[in-house]
Design a protein around this ligand. Structure first.
Ligand SMILES: Nc1nc2c(ncn2[C@@H]2O[C@H](COP(=O)(O)OP(=O)(O)OP(=O)(O)O)[C@@H](O)[C@H]2O)c(=O)[nH]1
Length: 373
């Protein structure tokens, strides 16, 4: 975790976290924007009371309207781009900047009430840090300069004694510090909770030895999701069933830990040579692994299986100062949902299993494949 930013150090993990919370973030932004618009608009009444109906009141009304319009424009953008992280972040930052700038203008045009403005400035700072969900760094980069600008305005335009000004500056600095600390704690809490959820989820869907998906996850979700997607878009889907050759002999020669090391290496190889977040690697049985390859035709599946076969056969597994030579056999079954019969996919895994055993019977360390029609 990056301490100051309070974000995951790993950019992919941070993105996944933000995606996970995107709907909640947008809902919070919507409520906040409506509230902030009302807040700015309602206080137009106090402008009229303090300044009467003058040009200044009209300028103030425009400034308030501008903040409200920016916030409402943000609402429209969020509705149009509900899946976009950059848009969500950008909208949050722009509304924060507009709110802070609008408030400074209001304070400058009503210079007689800087003590009251200081209270409102504290609220603005807290809203920026905590109420509007945004990157902590962005919030700090907006709230701190806005506070400084406010103190300069108070010094230039406000009718304040030195001691009053110093107290105001100290209180507003503290508001920033507390706002930052509170926001940081909240961000930490959200990320801790997300990490715990991810660990639990991983425990329930992954095999602890190899980190590959487990068979339960395959049957509960993976397979159905990929088949429905391929059916809907009339795409190809390929599965590869693979099994280490003479694995029992590895266990007998190097012990169970040696066998485990080979399984881990094979699992890692399968994961590293397939596409992240697209292909799925499942530990199907003891030394049997299943690969699900969306948008891949038979030729692509065979090419990958051959690459995997060579990679495993060419690189012995290092274990306890020894080199374990191992090979694997592969069965590749593919369905083209644009052309195949309606029920062709029903026996995909069974077909890949049959092809795997054909490869075993054919002498092992080989690939057998078939297009299912
Ligand atoms: N170390 C270890 N061994 C396992 C694990 N799961 C299954 N096995 C072993 O894997 C071996 C599988 O042996 P067999 O089914 O005879 O297959 P094989 O020796 O690979 O022979 P072929 O598949 O015909 O090439 C058995 O000895 C199992 O005990 C595991 O998690 N760790």
């Amino acid at each position: 975790m990056a301490t100051l930013r309070c974000e995951f150090s790993d950019a992919a993990a941070e993105r996944a976290f933000l995606r996970h919370h995107l709907a909640m973030t947008q809902a919070q932004l919507r409520v906040t924007f409506v509230f902030c618009s009302l807040f700015y608009l309602c206080f137009a009444a106090t402008d009229a009371i303090w300044l009467g109906y003058s040009l200044r009141t009209a300028v103030l009304a425009c400034a308030r309207l501008l903040v409200a319009v920016t916030a409402l424009g943000g609402l429209v953008l969020l509705r149009r781009r509900p899946d976009s992280l950059p848009v969500t972040r950008g909208v949050a930052s722009v509304v924060e900047i507009a709110g802070a700038a609008g408030f400074l203008l209001i304070a400058a045009l009503r210079p007689g009430e800087f003590s009251l403005h200081a209270i409102s400035m504290s609220i603005v700072v807290i809203v920026i840090y905590i109420y509007i969900p945004n990157r902590l760094l962005y919030a700090a980069a907006i709230a701190a300069p806005a506070t400084l600008g406010f103190i300069v305005l108070a010094e230039q335009l406000g009718d304040l004694r030195r001691v009053e000004l110093a107290t105001m500056a100290a209180l507003l600095t503290l508001t920033n510090v507390f706002g930052y600390v509170a926001a940081r704690r909240y961000q930490l809490l959200l990320r801790d909770e997300y990490s715990a959820q991810t660990v639990l989820k991983n425990l329930s869907v992954r095999d602890p030895l190899t980190g590959c998906y487990n068979r339960r996850h395959l049957h509960e979700q993976l397979l159905e999701t990929e088949i429905s997607r391929a059916q809907r878009y009339r795409l190809s889907l390929t599965v590869i069933m693979s099994d280490l050759d003479h694995f029992k002999a590895v266990n007998d020669t190097y012990g169970h830990n040696g066998g485990d090391a080979v399984l881990q290496r094979f699992g890692a190889l399968l994961q590293s040579m397939t596409r992240d977040s697209v292909d799925s690697v499942v530990r199907y049985g003891g030394e049997e692994f299943l690969l699900i390859l969306p948008e891949t035709d038979l030729d692509g599946g065979v090419l990958l299986a051959e690459r995997l076969r060579h990679a495993l056969a060419d690189t012995p597994v290092a274990y306890d100062g020894q080199q374990i030579h191992i090979t694997a056999s592969f069965g590749v079954a593919s369905v083209d949902f644009a052309t195949s019969a309606h029920e062709a996919h029903l026996n995909m895994i069974a077909s890949a299993d049959e092809l795997l055993y054909a490869a075993k019977n054919g002498g092992r360390n080989r690939v057998c494949s078939r297009q299912l029609v």
